[in-house]
Design a protein around this ligand. Sequence first.
Ligand code: NDP
Length: 283
Amino acid sequence: MLVLGILGHPVAHSKSPAMHGAAARALGIDAVYHRFDVLPEFVGDAVRGVRALGLAGVNVTVPHKEAVMPFLDRIDDDARLIGAVNTIVREGTTLVGANTDAPGLVRSLEEASVPLDGAVVTVIGAGGAARAAVVGLARAGAREVNVLARRAEQADTLVRDVQGALSARVVAGDFGALEAAFAGTTLVVQSTSATLHGAADSAGAEAFAASLPLGSLPAHATVIDLVYKPLETTVLRAARERGLRTVDGLGMLLHQGAIAFHRWTGREPPIDVMRAALETQRD
Ligand code: NDP
């Protein structure tokens, strides 16, 4: 039996067990995917446990995506560049760290037929998800990526960390630069947690959306919100009401999982089965 799981704290809300369980069942793979609620002080023990207990692999979520890195034997180049691992793959006794958020985002946008080659992207926020978005979209052919955060220094650090490795022009700024950046933007990536249900009160999420100068975007621009709870965030609703094209964050969740599943099992993931499992999950 393949033993898989997710390391996080908390993890009770994770939709990943349903998605991976459904995929394994559809392919006739004998597998179990468990939620491991790991306290921060036990992250190293948990990662060593993956090797010692012979798990095939695990996902890693908040707050452990950076903390697991010192305990791995090898880390993929882009995971290293992003500075976060969301997937651990066990190869014999070797633990490999990967970041499937970046290609997962790219696949979700490709699936929605959003043009990425030559794209001019504005990433709002500069946390872990933003770092994955910048690297993923630059690798997918974006020409320019503006990283705008409420704390300019967080955006500066992100850009400093990645720009030498990417061919896209990557520029940092704060929210004061949003209006000017939006004017030439083809794709907005909302990567803050401001729109997350429960993270901000609903008035805060509304105010955040209202503060974005969406009217400055070209009519052909697309807006994606990486937050998938709720599926239509305040930012996506405001963008839709302006006639802009919108993409929700569930596709990224789906495809990061599908890429991880492929790395663990070597099998082609049943995308539609995984999507259906996610869609039937109730919060
Ligand atoms: P982090 O905590 O690393 O980063 C959050 C970012 O949001 C920081 O830049 C933070 O700024 C900013 N932020 C939070 N609240 C506000 C606000 N009110 N106004 C402006 N900026 C704000 O989180 P992650 O990057 O890991 O995740 C961000 C979101 O992306 C999560 O809510 C998660 O749900 C989603 N996500 C979705 C994935 C998917 O598969 N669809 C994958 C990964 C993440 P500051 O530091 O100043 O607070």
